[in-house]
Design a protein around this ligand. Sequence first.
Ligand SMILES: Cc1ncc(C[n+]2csc(CCOP(=O)(O)OP(=O)(O)O)c2C)c(N)n1
Ligand SMILES: [Mg+2]
Length: 882
Amino acid sequence: MNAPISASQMHALLNSAVTDPDPQETAEWRDAFDALVRTHGAQRARQMLDELARMARERRIGWQPELATPYVNTIAVDQQLAFPGDLAIEERLASLMRWNALAMVVRANHSYGELGGHVASYASAADLFEVGFNHFFHARNDQHHGDLVFFQPHSSPGVYARAFLEGRLSEDDLAHYRQELTAPAFTQGTGARGLSSYPHPYLMPDFWQFPTGSMGIGPISSIYHARFMRYLTDRQLQDCSARKVWGVFGDGEMDEPESMSALTLAAREKLDNLVWVVNCNLQRLDGPVRGNGRIIDELEKLFAGAGWNVIKLVWGSDWDGLFARDTTGALARAFAHTVDGQMQTFAAKDGRFNRESFFGQDPELARLAQGMTDEQIDRLKRGGHDLVKIHAAYAAAAVHVGQPTVILAHTKKGYGMGAAGQGKMTTHSHKKFESADLIGFRNRFNLPLSDEQATSLAFYKPADDSVEMLYLKEHRAALGGSMPRRETACDVVPKPELAAYAQFAVAAAGKEMSTTMAFVRMLGNLMKDPTLGPRVVPIVADEARTFGMANLFKQVGIYSSVGQRYSPEDIDSILSYREATDGQILEEGISEAGAIASWTAAATGYSVHGLAMLPFYIYYSMFGFQRVGDAIWAAADQRARGFLLGATSGRTTLGGEGLQHQDGSSHLVAATIPNCKAYDPGFAGEMAVIVDAGIREMIVEQQDVFYYVTLMNENYAQPDVPVEAAADILRGCWRYEGWRDGSATAVQAQVTLMGSGAILTEVVKAAQQLAAEGIAAEVISVTSWSELARDGQACEARALRGEQANTPFIAQQLAASHGPVIAATDYVRAVPESVRAFLPEGRRYLTLGTDGFGRSDTRAALRDFFGVDAASIVRAAKHALR
Ligand SMILES: Cc1ncc(C[n+]2csc(CCOP(=O)(O)OP(=O)(O)O)c2C)c(N)n1
Ligand SMILES: [Mg+2]
């Protein structure tokens, strides 16, 4: 509680809405309990309550303890750690951050009204950030691998403002907020750099670590990063025990399913290295988060129910005295009836209004406010704006053991924006400030600015030798230096030769297998490599058995922070289910959102931990780009390096599964992500060449790309893949000669058949059928439509720039043949259509695809239905030759 609240106050607080049929009896019970606490202490009281709860359950009286606590601070004044800083200096610093952040946004919009930007979010979060920066967020240095901090995206101007005072960004840089292209650094390579709208590691690779711009992705990502740090520690790859993950998120953001979906995982895994600060400014973009309720209460129940340690940070220090004087519990009663929509109105109005409307609702409240001026009432702080209270909450969270902590910080949206925006419905995007508003802001925060400086939105930086600057630098130095800071230095892990782990796939000699089987065998072999093996992170979302990976359970174990506390049912089997603290597989259960967050954590280990890891997340291809595409987009922003394996891929290969499982579009989406290299290999040997090249590119050459490879579950004879074809396979297509069975008769015409993945075998059958009918065909195995299209686009772009234009690779590959070209895939037609513009001139191009909904039937029936089977390809070829 803020002040040690008396028993009667608390009683009023808890029972304000309940009518008591026998107050005397109640009083007797209360007195008895009071006496128990007084004479035998809290431990005995808890024991007694447990006993009563047990009895209540026995008698089945239908009672459940409320998960909510009163609308006051969790940390009592007498438990509050003394503030270790200089409050006045920190308050001045916070005010400067507020000012520079505001000036940056408003200036950008004075120049170009279309640029956007936000003031109100940071205005509410500034103190939450500042306490972290001054006292808690540890940067990476020689002694400490660094904390991970997720910043609320719309508050990025505040983070830039701090980087400005710390000397990391210049005034000129701030003047290029949201002008990344017009900034001189973009065009000339030197000078002011543009500052990205939100935290984007892709755009500011030495600055931002974690992309949070898409609501919900930061929260879930932070949980899986915290869990991945445990994984690294338990597997003895890196000791992360001294590091924390801090995340500041919005209260509106908590409505995102991703924000909530892994709360129980965090509690189950006892992630006490994780602290969330939910900035409860009670508003989102359109209006109140819970106008008719209280978001803090709702979140408290939710997090407590999920097993988190909840710290409510509701009221600032000036309320301590009010609570202490409130002998009848009037404040508590009032809060219990005040919903957030009303609380927002109080935030938007002045002291006089609040005296009349809030304190005026009850004579007891009015009495409490008697000695205060309207100005003092106006300045009563909410907990999330009080540096002392925030520090106490963070300190308690930092030492809490056995649970993740959430701090529910009560703030005002647009804090200090005055009539221009504080608590206003429209404050989220408010960025037009009249001169009077700016002067008001200056006065409100005692900024050392003249009228002229305030109205001209001058940035302000104190002198280097001022107490503020010395304080700021000293505190950051003690915490390892500036943050956020993204680093990329990591060791190069040598890669085994392809032949050492995948010879069986490249020299398959006609052996029947599916590309999934081949992949799993390769993965098992790779994990045996003494150097690279331990860096491999296999990730599944409850589909390991589907993909034939059950043998890995025993071989490398499933990661569990507690080992295996049961004897598995299949203990006698050689493939038994084995959980272990040093287990290597991350089995995420049925959560593609969780699995992709896990993959992102591993795929960015090279940067976040300076430790290159090699994750392979294998899943139903339909539940990847379609299901968690935005999370993959964020991983791309975070410059992830790893493999995504879309298994049971395609729309017709996965026979019986039907509409919701059959994927015809993942390659279309994958193609839209610039640093994603997407491949749809038909042969095991092609797949091996691609995976091998990916490992080299990501782990050895340390390029910021990730690979998407589709795998099939259809068994067929796998040909040898010649070593000379490797380069073409990686560029996107190669001429496959192995299909010729010698049955060709006289040459009548020529046709080229292109196909990829699941449909390559149909293309081969079609070529053989055509050849048997005397129509000479050629087969081009396409391994990546998107790489071919990108190459074509690059050639075209060079030509448009007037540079030496080379021929697109696909045109080169087709140059040796003539006649029409037929392309068939298990994806929508837009996939093969993506290369149309880059074919040699004058060649007829017909594409076959699987547009529409999938359905369940046999592969043969499905391929016939979608028109991608051998017969359809033959028909198309003959049609084109007519
Ligand atoms: C997935 C997603 N949907 C919508 C948005 C647009 N958006 C940006 S901020 C915002 C409101 C944020 O409210 P809250 O989380 O409460 O943060 P506050 O600004 O109030 O601190 C919305 C809807 C987004 N960025 N991401
Ligand atoms: Mg909010």
